[in-house]
Design a protein. Sequence first.
Length: 437
Amino acid sequence: MVSYWAEQALLPTGPASGVLLVEDAGRWTAIMADQSRGDAQRLPGVIMPGLANCHSHAFHRALRGRTHSASGTFWSWRKQMYRVADRIDPDLYLALARASYAEMSLAGITAVGEFHYLHHDRDGTPYDDPNAMAEALRAAARDAGVRLTLLDTCYLAGGLTADGHTELTGVQRRFGDGNAERWAERVAALAGDDNTMIGSAIHSVRAVPADQLPIIASATPGPLHVHVSEQPAENEATVAHYSRTPTELLAGAGVLSPRTTAVHAIHLTPGDITSLGSSRTTICCCPTTERDLADGIGPMRALADAGSPLSVGTDQHGMIDIFEEVRGIEMGERLASGSRGRFSPSELLAAATAQASIGWPDAGRLEIGCRADLVAVDPLTARTAGSAIDQLILVAGSADVHTVIKDGVWVVADGQHRLGNPAGELAATIDKIWEIR
Ligand SMILES: [Zn+2]
Protein backbone atom coordinates (compact mmCIF):
# COMPACT_ATOMS: atom_id res chain seq x y z
CA MET A 1 0.00 0.00 0.00
CA VAL A 2 1.37 3.43 -0.99
CA SER A 3 -0.04 6.86 -0.12
CA TYR A 4 0.46 9.88 -2.35
CA TRP A 5 -0.49 13.49 -1.78
CA ALA A 6 -0.96 16.15 -4.44
CA GLU A 7 -1.57 19.86 -4.07
CA GLN A 8 -4.03 19.81 -6.96
CA ALA A 9 -5.89 17.11 -8.90
CA LEU A 10 -8.64 16.77 -11.49
CA LEU A 11 -11.15 14.44 -9.82
CA PRO A 12 -14.47 13.26 -11.37
CA THR A 13 -16.11 16.00 -9.27
CA GLY A 14 -13.79 18.69 -10.71
CA PRO A 15 -10.55 20.39 -9.61
CA ALA A 16 -9.62 19.61 -6.00
CA SER A 17 -6.83 20.61 -3.57
CA GLY A 18 -4.87 18.65 -0.97
CA VAL A 19 -5.70 15.27 -2.51
CA LEU A 20 -4.61 12.07 -0.77
CA LEU A 21 -4.54 8.97 -2.97
CA VAL A 22 -3.95 5.46 -1.63
CA GLU A 23 -2.86 2.69 -4.00
CA ASP A 24 -2.94 -1.01 -3.21
CA ALA A 25 -2.19 -3.83 -5.68
CA GLY A 26 -2.51 -1.51 -8.66
CA ARG A 27 -5.90 0.02 -7.66
CA TRP A 28 -6.96 3.21 -5.93
CA THR A 29 -8.36 2.25 -2.52
CA ALA A 30 -8.90 5.79 -1.18
CA ILE A 31 -9.04 9.26 -2.74
CA MET A 32 -9.81 12.23 -0.49
CA ALA A 33 -9.62 15.99 -1.06
CA ASP A 34 -8.77 18.70 1.50
CA GLN A 35 -6.28 16.52 3.35
CA SER A 36 -2.92 17.41 4.87
CA ARG A 37 0.11 15.59 3.49
CA GLY A 38 1.11 13.68 6.65
CA ASP A 39 3.72 11.06 5.70
CA ALA A 40 2.33 10.51 2.17
CA GLN A 41 4.70 10.80 -0.79
CA ARG A 42 4.31 14.18 -2.48
CA LEU A 43 3.40 14.14 -6.17
CA PRO A 44 4.51 17.20 -8.13
CA GLY A 45 2.17 19.21 -10.34
CA VAL A 46 -1.49 18.82 -11.22
CA ILE A 47 -2.68 15.20 -11.12
CA MET A 48 -5.03 13.84 -13.75
CA PRO A 49 -6.08 10.33 -14.88
CA GLY A 50 -3.94 8.27 -17.28
CA LEU A 51 -4.41 9.36 -20.91
CA ALA A 52 -5.69 6.90 -23.54
CA ASN A 53 -4.32 6.71 -27.08
CA CYS A 54 -7.19 4.85 -28.74
CA HIS A 55 -5.85 4.70 -32.30
CA SER A 56 -2.23 3.83 -33.09
CA HIS A 57 -0.38 2.28 -36.00
CA ALA A 58 3.03 1.91 -34.34
CA PHE A 59 4.94 1.52 -37.60
CA HIS A 60 3.68 4.88 -38.89
CA ARG A 61 6.09 6.50 -36.38
CA ALA A 62 8.75 5.87 -39.05
CA LEU A 63 6.90 8.32 -41.35
CA ARG A 64 7.27 11.32 -39.03
CA GLY A 65 9.20 14.16 -40.57
CA ARG A 66 9.43 12.39 -43.92
CA THR A 67 5.97 12.73 -45.42
CA HIS A 68 4.51 16.09 -44.38
CA SER A 69 6.04 18.50 -46.88
CA ALA A 70 4.84 17.03 -50.16
CA SER A 71 1.68 17.93 -52.02
CA GLY A 72 -0.69 15.13 -53.03
CA THR A 73 -3.51 13.41 -51.21
CA PHE A 74 -4.28 10.77 -48.60
CA TRP A 75 -3.79 8.25 -51.39
CA SER A 76 -0.28 9.44 -52.34
CA TRP A 77 0.65 9.45 -48.62
CA ARG A 78 -0.57 5.83 -48.49
CA LYS A 79 2.02 4.87 -51.12
CA GLN A 80 4.81 6.19 -48.86
CA MET A 81 3.29 4.36 -45.89
CA TYR A 82 3.30 1.11 -47.90
CA ARG A 83 7.02 1.64 -48.64
CA VAL A 84 7.72 1.61 -44.90
CA ALA A 85 5.35 -1.32 -44.28
CA ASP A 86 7.34 -3.34 -46.82
CA ARG A 87 10.56 -3.05 -44.81
CA ILE A 88 9.57 -4.06 -41.31
CA ASP A 89 10.26 -7.48 -39.77
CA PRO A 90 9.43 -8.63 -36.21
CA ASP A 91 12.76 -7.35 -34.78
CA LEU A 92 12.37 -3.89 -36.32
CA TYR A 93 8.69 -3.86 -35.30
CA LEU A 94 9.66 -4.57 -31.67
CA ALA A 95 12.33 -1.86 -31.60
CA LEU A 96 10.15 0.76 -33.32
CA ALA A 97 7.05 -0.01 -31.25
CA ARG A 98 8.97 -0.07 -27.95
CA ALA A 99 10.48 3.35 -28.58
CA SER A 100 7.18 4.75 -29.91
CA TYR A 101 5.30 3.45 -26.86
CA ALA A 102 8.00 4.94 -24.61
CA GLU A 103 7.38 8.27 -26.33
CA MET A 104 3.67 7.74 -25.54
CA SER A 105 4.48 7.10 -21.83
CA LEU A 106 6.46 10.34 -21.72
CA ALA A 107 3.34 12.06 -23.09
CA GLY A 108 1.16 10.70 -20.23
CA ILE A 109 -0.42 7.81 -22.13
CA THR A 110 -1.03 4.73 -19.97
CA ALA A 111 -2.96 2.60 -22.52
CA VAL A 112 -2.80 2.28 -26.29
CA GLY A 113 -5.18 0.73 -28.82
CA GLU A 114 -2.94 -0.70 -31.53
CA PHE A 115 -4.82 -1.12 -34.82
CA HIS A 116 -2.51 -3.87 -36.03
CA TYR A 117 -2.61 -5.16 -39.60
CA LEU A 118 1.06 -5.79 -40.47
CA HIS A 119 0.66 -9.53 -39.86
CA HIS A 120 2.72 -11.59 -42.30
CA ASP A 121 6.07 -11.77 -44.09
CA ARG A 122 6.77 -9.72 -47.23
CA ASP A 123 5.04 -11.95 -49.77
CA GLY A 124 2.12 -12.66 -47.42
CA THR A 125 3.52 -15.93 -46.08
CA PRO A 126 2.84 -16.38 -42.36
CA TYR A 127 5.87 -16.34 -40.05
CA ASP A 128 6.66 -19.60 -38.18
CA ASP A 129 4.60 -18.09 -35.38
CA PRO A 130 1.70 -16.57 -37.36
CA ASN A 131 1.37 -13.98 -34.55
CA ALA A 132 5.07 -13.05 -34.42
CA MET A 133 4.31 -9.41 -35.27
CA ALA A 134 1.56 -9.21 -32.60
CA GLU A 135 3.94 -10.71 -30.05
CA ALA A 136 6.49 -8.00 -30.90
CA LEU A 137 3.85 -5.38 -30.00
CA ARG A 138 3.01 -7.19 -26.76
CA ALA A 139 6.67 -7.20 -25.68
CA ALA A 140 7.13 -3.56 -26.78
CA ALA A 141 4.21 -2.30 -24.69
CA ARG A 142 5.30 -4.23 -21.60
CA ASP A 143 8.86 -2.86 -21.84
CA ALA A 144 7.56 0.69 -22.34
CA GLY A 145 5.05 0.55 -19.44
CA VAL A 146 1.89 1.06 -21.51
CA ARG A 147 -1.18 -1.22 -21.38
CA LEU A 148 -1.82 -2.67 -24.81
CA THR A 149 -5.15 -3.36 -26.45
CA LEU A 150 -4.19 -5.36 -29.51
CA LEU A 151 -6.87 -4.57 -32.07
CA ASP A 152 -6.00 -7.38 -34.44
CA THR A 153 -7.22 -6.17 -37.80
CA CYS A 154 -8.93 -8.13 -40.54
CA TYR A 155 -7.79 -6.83 -43.94
CA LEU A 156 -8.91 -8.86 -46.94
CA ALA A 157 -9.15 -6.67 -50.04
CA GLY A 158 -6.93 -4.12 -51.75
CA GLY A 159 -9.72 -1.64 -52.36
CA LEU A 160 -13.32 -1.08 -53.44
CA THR A 161 -14.71 0.13 -56.76
CA ALA A 162 -18.23 0.27 -58.14
CA ASP A 163 -17.58 -3.25 -59.47
CA GLY A 164 -16.58 -4.66 -56.10
CA HIS A 165 -13.45 -5.40 -54.08
CA THR A 166 -10.01 -5.75 -55.64
CA GLU A 167 -7.33 -8.24 -54.66
CA LEU A 168 -4.51 -7.50 -52.25
CA THR A 169 -1.39 -6.65 -54.22
CA GLY A 170 2.26 -5.90 -53.37
CA VAL A 171 2.87 -5.04 -49.73
CA GLN A 172 -0.87 -5.36 -48.96
CA ARG A 173 -0.37 -9.13 -49.07
CA ARG A 174 1.31 -8.79 -45.65
CA PHE A 175 -2.02 -7.62 -44.21
CA GLY A 176 -4.29 -10.44 -45.43
CA ASP A 177 -5.45 -13.75 -43.94
CA GLY A 178 -7.54 -14.86 -46.94
CA ASN A 179 -10.94 -14.68 -45.29
CA ALA A 180 -12.52 -13.76 -41.96
CA GLU A 181 -12.60 -17.37 -40.69
CA ARG A 182 -8.85 -17.77 -41.17
CA TRP A 183 -8.27 -14.36 -39.57
CA ALA A 184 -10.42 -15.45 -36.58
CA GLU A 185 -8.45 -18.72 -36.22
CA ARG A 186 -5.17 -16.80 -36.04
CA VAL A 187 -6.59 -14.33 -33.50
CA ALA A 188 -7.97 -17.18 -31.36
CA ALA A 189 -4.37 -18.29 -30.74
CA LEU A 190 -3.64 -14.95 -29.02
CA ALA A 191 -4.31 -14.76 -25.27
CA GLY A 192 -4.52 -11.65 -23.12
CA ASP A 193 -2.34 -11.17 -20.04
CA ASP A 194 -2.03 -8.71 -17.16
CA ASN A 195 -0.87 -5.93 -19.54
CA THR A 196 -2.55 -7.00 -22.78
CA MET A 197 -6.14 -7.22 -23.99
CA ILE A 198 -7.06 -8.88 -27.28
CA GLY A 199 -9.60 -6.99 -29.34
CA SER A 200 -10.39 -6.91 -33.02
CA ALA A 201 -10.73 -4.49 -35.90
CA ILE A 202 -12.24 -4.28 -39.34
CA HIS A 203 -9.80 -2.27 -41.42
CA SER A 204 -12.62 -0.55 -43.34
CA VAL A 205 -15.44 -1.43 -45.70
CA ARG A 206 -12.88 -0.83 -48.46
CA ALA A 207 -10.76 -3.71 -47.17
CA VAL A 208 -13.45 -6.11 -45.91
CA PRO A 209 -16.39 -7.32 -48.06
CA ALA A 210 -19.82 -7.03 -46.42
CA ASP A 211 -20.40 -10.78 -46.10
CA GLN A 212 -17.30 -11.06 -43.90
CA LEU A 213 -18.29 -8.31 -41.43
CA PRO A 214 -20.58 -10.39 -39.12
CA ILE A 215 -17.86 -13.06 -38.71
CA ILE A 216 -15.42 -10.44 -37.42
CA ALA A 217 -18.04 -8.78 -35.21
CA SER A 218 -18.70 -12.07 -33.38
CA ALA A 219 -15.10 -13.34 -33.20
CA THR A 220 -13.93 -11.80 -29.91
CA PRO A 221 -15.86 -10.29 -26.98
CA GLY A 222 -13.37 -7.40 -26.61
CA PRO A 223 -13.38 -3.96 -28.21
CA LEU A 224 -14.06 -3.77 -31.95
CA HIS A 225 -12.68 -0.87 -34.00
CA VAL A 226 -13.18 0.15 -37.62
CA HIS A 227 -11.97 3.01 -39.87
CA VAL A 228 -15.11 4.79 -41.15
CA SER A 229 -15.50 7.50 -43.82
CA GLU A 230 -12.08 9.10 -43.48
CA GLN A 231 -12.16 10.19 -47.13
CA PRO A 232 -15.04 11.04 -49.52
CA ALA A 233 -13.69 8.45 -52.00
CA GLU A 234 -14.52 5.65 -49.54
CA ASN A 235 -18.13 6.83 -49.39
CA GLU A 236 -18.37 7.21 -53.17
CA ALA A 237 -17.10 3.67 -53.83
CA THR A 238 -19.31 2.16 -51.11
CA VAL A 239 -22.45 3.91 -52.37
CA ALA A 240 -21.57 2.99 -55.98
CA HIS A 241 -21.20 -0.70 -55.13
CA TYR A 242 -23.67 -1.28 -52.29
CA SER A 243 -26.04 1.70 -52.62
CA ARG A 244 -25.36 2.29 -48.93
CA THR A 245 -22.94 4.45 -46.94
CA PRO A 246 -20.14 2.74 -44.99
CA THR A 247 -22.01 3.43 -41.72
CA GLU A 248 -25.25 1.95 -43.15
CA LEU A 249 -23.31 -1.13 -44.24
CA LEU A 250 -21.74 -1.57 -40.78
CA ALA A 251 -25.08 -1.01 -39.02
CA GLY A 252 -26.75 -3.61 -41.24
CA ALA A 253 -24.01 -6.15 -40.45
CA GLY A 254 -24.47 -5.71 -36.68
CA VAL A 255 -21.09 -4.03 -36.21
CA LEU A 256 -22.23 -0.90 -34.34
CA SER A 257 -22.62 -1.22 -30.55
CA PRO A 258 -21.29 0.23 -27.27
CA ARG A 259 -18.16 -1.95 -27.58
CA THR A 260 -17.46 -0.57 -31.06
CA THR A 261 -15.33 2.44 -31.95
CA ALA A 262 -15.61 4.15 -35.34
CA VAL A 263 -12.30 5.82 -36.17
CA HIS A 264 -12.40 9.21 -38.00
CA ALA A 265 -16.14 9.27 -38.93
CA ILE A 266 -15.69 12.50 -40.86
CA HIS A 267 -17.86 12.36 -43.98
CA LEU A 268 -21.26 11.35 -42.54
CA THR A 269 -24.89 11.82 -43.51
CA PRO A 270 -27.44 12.92 -40.87
CA GLY A 271 -28.67 9.30 -40.87
CA ASP A 272 -25.13 8.02 -40.21
CA ILE A 273 -24.82 10.36 -37.21
CA THR A 274 -28.12 9.09 -35.77
CA SER A 275 -27.10 5.48 -36.35
CA LEU A 276 -23.68 5.86 -34.68
CA GLY A 277 -25.11 7.86 -31.77
CA SER A 278 -28.13 5.68 -31.05
CA SER A 279 -25.98 2.52 -31.06
CA ARG A 280 -23.63 4.27 -28.52
CA THR A 281 -20.70 3.58 -30.84
CA THR A 282 -17.64 5.54 -29.65
CA ILE A 283 -16.06 7.92 -32.17
CA CYS A 284 -12.27 8.07 -32.17
CA CYS A 285 -11.14 11.40 -33.60
CA CYS A 286 -7.51 11.83 -34.74
CA PRO A 287 -7.29 15.57 -35.53
CA THR A 288 -3.51 15.92 -35.94
CA THR A 289 -3.53 13.12 -38.53
CA GLU A 290 -6.77 14.24 -40.17
CA ARG A 291 -5.44 17.76 -40.76
CA ASP A 292 -2.08 16.46 -42.02
CA LEU A 293 -3.82 14.17 -44.54
CA ALA A 294 -6.38 16.80 -45.54
CA ASP A 295 -9.20 14.43 -44.48
CA GLY A 296 -11.63 17.10 -43.33
CA ILE A 297 -13.33 18.03 -40.02
CA GLY A 298 -15.81 15.53 -38.57
CA PRO A 299 -19.17 16.48 -36.99
CA MET A 300 -17.98 15.73 -33.44
CA ARG A 301 -20.49 17.91 -31.55
CA ALA A 302 -23.38 16.40 -33.51
CA LEU A 303 -22.07 12.87 -32.85
CA ALA A 304 -21.68 13.54 -29.12
CA ASP A 305 -25.18 15.06 -28.98
CA ALA A 306 -26.53 11.96 -30.78
CA GLY A 307 -25.12 9.73 -28.02
CA SER A 308 -21.60 8.73 -29.08
CA PRO A 309 -18.80 8.91 -26.50
CA LEU A 310 -15.62 10.48 -27.94
CA SER A 311 -12.03 9.25 -27.76
CA VAL A 312 -8.83 10.32 -29.53
CA GLY A 313 -5.79 8.69 -31.13
CA THR A 314 -2.46 9.82 -32.52
CA ASP A 315 -2.93 7.46 -35.51
CA GLN A 316 0.06 8.17 -37.83
CA HIS A 317 2.09 9.71 -34.96
CA GLY A 318 3.04 12.89 -36.79
CA MET A 319 3.03 14.00 -33.16
CA ILE A 320 2.20 12.14 -29.95
CA ASP A 321 0.30 14.62 -27.83
CA ILE A 322 -3.17 13.76 -26.51
CA PHE A 323 -3.69 17.36 -25.33
CA GLU A 324 -3.26 18.54 -28.92
CA GLU A 325 -5.67 15.83 -30.17
CA VAL A 326 -8.50 16.89 -27.84
CA ARG A 327 -7.83 20.56 -28.55
CA GLY A 328 -8.09 19.60 -32.21
CA ILE A 329 -11.68 18.39 -31.63
CA GLU A 330 -12.66 21.74 -30.10
CA MET A 331 -10.68 23.93 -32.50
CA GLY A 332 -11.95 22.05 -35.56
CA GLU A 333 -15.50 22.60 -34.32
CA ARG A 334 -14.79 26.32 -33.84
CA LEU A 335 -13.44 26.66 -37.38
CA ALA A 336 -16.33 24.74 -38.89
CA SER A 337 -19.14 26.31 -36.81
CA GLY A 338 -17.94 29.88 -36.25
CA SER A 339 -18.61 29.60 -32.52
CA ARG A 340 -16.43 28.87 -29.46
CA GLY A 341 -16.75 26.60 -26.44
CA ARG A 342 -18.29 23.70 -28.37
CA PHE A 343 -16.88 21.25 -25.80
CA SER A 344 -16.24 21.99 -22.11
CA PRO A 345 -12.79 21.28 -20.62
CA SER A 346 -14.33 18.35 -18.68
CA GLU A 347 -15.71 16.87 -21.92
CA LEU A 348 -12.23 17.20 -23.48
CA LEU A 349 -10.65 15.52 -20.43
CA ALA A 350 -13.16 12.66 -20.80
CA ALA A 351 -12.10 12.21 -24.45
CA ALA A 352 -8.40 12.32 -23.47
CA THR A 353 -8.92 9.58 -20.87
CA ALA A 354 -11.50 7.41 -22.71
CA GLN A 355 -9.89 4.13 -21.74
CA ALA A 356 -13.24 2.31 -22.11
CA SER A 357 -12.93 2.80 -25.90
CA ILE A 358 -10.07 0.27 -25.80
CA GLY A 359 -11.59 -2.10 -23.28
CA TRP A 360 -10.41 -0.65 -19.94
CA PRO A 361 -13.61 0.75 -18.38
CA ASP A 362 -11.92 0.49 -14.94
CA ALA A 363 -9.31 3.10 -15.93
CA GLY A 364 -9.24 6.76 -16.94
CA ARG A 365 -10.73 8.17 -13.71
CA LEU A 366 -9.19 9.06 -10.36
CA GLU A 367 -11.82 7.02 -8.52
CA ILE A 368 -11.80 4.32 -5.82
CA GLY A 369 -11.61 0.84 -7.38
CA CYS A 370 -10.13 2.08 -10.66
CA ARG A 371 -6.68 1.15 -11.95
CA ALA A 372 -4.01 3.24 -10.24
CA ASP A 373 -2.91 5.26 -13.25
CA LEU A 374 -2.07 8.92 -12.98
CA VAL A 375 -0.35 11.70 -14.86
CA ALA A 376 1.20 14.79 -13.26
CA VAL A 377 1.34 17.89 -15.43
CA ASP A 378 3.74 20.65 -14.43
CA PRO A 379 1.69 23.88 -14.06
CA LEU A 380 4.84 26.00 -13.91
CA THR A 381 6.51 25.45 -17.28
CA ALA A 382 6.88 28.39 -19.65
CA ARG A 383 3.81 27.05 -21.50
CA THR A 384 1.53 26.35 -18.56
CA ALA A 385 2.48 29.04 -16.02
CA GLY A 386 -0.43 31.30 -15.13
CA SER A 387 -3.18 28.94 -16.34
CA ALA A 388 -6.20 28.06 -14.23
CA ILE A 389 -6.19 24.32 -13.52
CA ASP A 390 -9.56 23.70 -15.11
CA GLN A 391 -8.26 25.11 -18.42
CA LEU A 392 -4.91 23.27 -18.32
CA ILE A 393 -6.15 20.80 -20.93
CA LEU A 394 -6.50 23.71 -23.37
CA VAL A 395 -2.87 24.85 -22.99
CA ALA A 396 -0.66 21.94 -21.86
CA GLY A 397 1.36 19.68 -24.13
CA SER A 398 3.07 16.34 -23.80
CA ALA A 399 6.37 18.05 -22.82
CA ASP A 400 4.64 19.32 -19.65
CA VAL A 401 4.05 15.77 -18.36
CA HIS A 402 6.26 15.25 -15.33
CA THR A 403 5.19 11.94 -13.77
CA VAL A 404 3.35 8.85 -15.04
CA ILE A 405 2.16 5.93 -12.93
CA LYS A 406 0.50 2.96 -14.66
CA ASP A 407 -1.26 0.21 -12.68
CA GLY A 408 0.53 1.48 -9.55
CA VAL A 409 4.01 1.35 -11.15
CA TRP A 410 6.15 4.43 -11.88
CA VAL A 411 6.96 4.67 -15.58
CA VAL A 412 8.02 8.33 -15.87
CA ALA A 413 9.61 10.27 -13.01
CA ASP A 414 10.78 13.87 -13.23
CA GLY A 415 10.15 13.80 -17.00
CA GLN A 416 12.45 10.77 -17.52
CA HIS A 417 11.23 7.40 -18.81
CA ARG A 418 12.43 4.35 -16.89
CA LEU A 419 14.01 3.04 -20.16
CA GLY A 420 15.95 6.30 -20.66
CA ASN A 421 15.49 8.61 -23.61
CA PRO A 422 13.76 6.75 -26.49
CA ALA A 423 15.15 9.19 -29.10
CA GLY A 424 18.27 7.10 -29.76
CA GLU A 425 16.33 3.90 -30.42
CA LEU A 426 13.82 5.81 -32.59
CA ALA A 427 16.55 7.40 -34.73
CA ALA A 428 18.56 4.18 -35.15
CA THR A 429 15.51 2.05 -35.97
CA ILE A 430 13.93 4.53 -38.38
CA ASP A 431 17.26 5.00 -40.21
CA LYS A 432 17.49 1.24 -40.58
CA ILE A 433 13.92 1.00 -41.92
CA TRP A 434 14.51 3.66 -44.60
CA GLU A 435 17.93 2.33 -45.66
CA ILE A 436 17.44 -1.41 -45.96
CA ARG A 437 16.51 -3.09 -49.26
ZN1 LIG B 1 -5.78 4.45 -38.75
